[in-house]
Design a protein around this ligand. Structure first.
Ligand SMILES: Cc1cc2nc3c(=O)[nH]c(=O)nc-3n(C[C@H](O)[C@H](O)[C@H](O)COP(=O)(O)OP(=O)(O)OC[C@H]3O[C@@H](n4cnc5c(N)ncnc54)[C@H](O)[C@@H]3O)c2cc1C
Length: 300
C-alpha cells in the first residue's frame, strides 16, 4: 500500500489529495501537492509528523502561504496545513496564546478589542502566527519577537520542545524555527494594557501606510527580495527603470517596486524568469546581489 494512504483514514484530520498549491498561496502560483493534511488537534499534528518521520515521507508545514513561491511540479509528500483548522486564541490578563494557524491580523484585532497594545505595527502582515515565528516577521521597525514570551514546537521526529524568547534565537527574518526546521504549535505573547482609542489610532495609521503603498489587491508574496545591506531593494529596482517591468504574466508592481505580482495565472517559470532578470539587471547596474525573501519550494 502507498504509505500516504494510511493518512487518509480520517484519524489524522481532513485531507486534500493532488491539490494545487496555487489555491493555498497568496501568489496563486504552484502545482499540486500529493497530500495536504488539515489536523485540528495537537495530537493529530504529532501523529502525522511521527508517521512521516518513521516512514521517511517528506513533509513541510504550510501557514497562510503568504511567503511562498511554489514550483510548477508541486510538492511531493505531505503538506501539513496549519491555518483555520488550528487557530484557537486565548487571553489571560495581558497575555495571549495563539495556536500557530491563527492569523496575525486576527490575533491583533482581538487583542485591540481587549485594549491590549503591542501588535499594531505587525497586524497587517498577512501570515499565520507560526509563519511569523519562522522568519520573525516585522514591519515599521517592530518584529513579532518583541512581544513573544513562549513558543511550543515539535521537532522533525515529533518531540515537543518549549522555547523562551531568548532561546528562540530571533534575528532579522530568522529564528531557531527556521534554523532547526521546527514545527510551531502555539505562541504566548505578552501585550500591554493601553487606551483603546490610542491603539486604534496607531493601527489605522500603520494600516493606511500599508494600503497606500502596497499592491494588496494583486497576487504576490510581499517583498520579493531581502533588503541588501546599505540599500533598499525597491529603490534600486525603481532607479533601474524597472517599475512595471513585465515578463509574460509576471510583473514588477507599478505601486511598489519591491513586489513581484502575478498578473493573471502566471506559472512559476514566468515569475522566476522575471525575478532572475531583475537580479541580473541590478547586479550589472549597481553591483548589488538581490537575494529572494520569498521561500521557493517544490519539485525541481
Ligand atoms: C502583501 C504582503 C505583505 C507582506 N508584508 C510583510 C511584512 O510587512 N513583513 C514581513 O515580515 N512579512 C511580510 N509578508 C510576508 C509574509 O506574510 C510573512 O513572511 C509571514 O510571516 C508568512 O507567514 P505564513 O503563515 O503565510 O507562512 P507560509 O508562507 O505559509 O510559510 C512560510 C514558511 O514558514 C513555514 N511555516 C509556516 N507555518 C509554520 C509553522 N506553524 N511551523 C513551522 N513552520 C511554519 C513554512 O514551512 C515556510 O517555510 C507579506 C506578504 C504579503 C503577501
Amino acid at each position: 500500500m502507498n504509505k500516504l494512504e494510511k493518512l487518509k483514514d480520517g484519524s489524522f484530520g481532513e485531507f486534500l489529495a493532488d491539490e494545487p498549491m496555487r489555491n493555498h498561496t497568496t501568489f496563486k502560483v504552484g502545482g499540486p501537492a500529493d497530500l495536504i493534511m488539515k489536523p485540528t488537534t495537537q495530537q493529530q499534528i504529532i501523529d502525522i509528523v511521527r508517521y512521516c518521520y518513521r516512514n521517511e515521507i517528506p513533509f513541510m508545514v504550510l501557514g497562510n502561504g503568504s511567503n511562498l513561491l511554489v514550483r510548477d511540479k508541486g510538492i511531493r509528500g505531505v503538506v501539513i496545513k496549519l491555518g483555520k483548522n488550528f487557530s484557537d486564541i486565548k487571553f489571560d490578563g495581558d497575555k495571549v496564546t495563539a495556536q500557530s494557524g491563527a492569523l496575525l491580523s486576527t490575533v491583533s484585532k482581538k487583542s485591540f478589542k481587549q485594549s491590549l497594545s503591542g501588535l499594531e505595527q505587525v497586524s497587517g502582515i498577512p501570515g499565520s502566527i507560526g509563519g511569523a515565528m519562522v522568519m520573525n516577521a516585522g514591519a515599521y521597525d517592530k518584529d513579532v519577537s518583541s512581544v513573544v514570551t513562549k513558543v511550543r514546537c515539535l521537532t522533525q521526529k515529533g518531540d515537543l520542545l518549549e522555547f523562551t524568547n531568548a532561546q528562540m534565537q530571533f534575528g532579522y527574518r530568522t529564528s531557531v524555527v527556521s534554523k532547526e526546521n521546527l514545527i510551531v504549535l502555539d505562541v504566548e505573547m505578552q501585550l500591554k494594557k493601553d487606551n483603546f482609542d490610542d491603539i486604534m489610532e496607531r493601527f489605522k495609521d500603520y494600516d493606511y501606510r500599508r494600503t497606500s503603498k502596497q499592491p494588496l489587491d494583486r497576487n504576490s508574496a510581499g517583498s520579493t527580495f531581502k533588503r541588501p545591506p546599505g540599500y533598499y531593494a525597491s529603490k534600486l529596482i525603481d532607479d533601474a527603470g524597472l517599475r512595471g517591468y513585465t515578463y509574460k504574466r509576471a510583473q514588477v508592481s507599478e505601486k511598489h517596486c519591491g513586489f513581484v505580482i502575478n498578473i493573471d495565472d502566471a506559472t512559476y517559470e514566468e515569475v522566476m524568469t522575471l525575478i532572475h532578470q531583475v537580479q541580473d539587471i541590478i547586479k550589472e547596474k549597481y553591483g548589488v546581489e538581490l537575494e529572494t525573501e520569498v521561500k521557493i519550494i517544490g519539485e525541481e
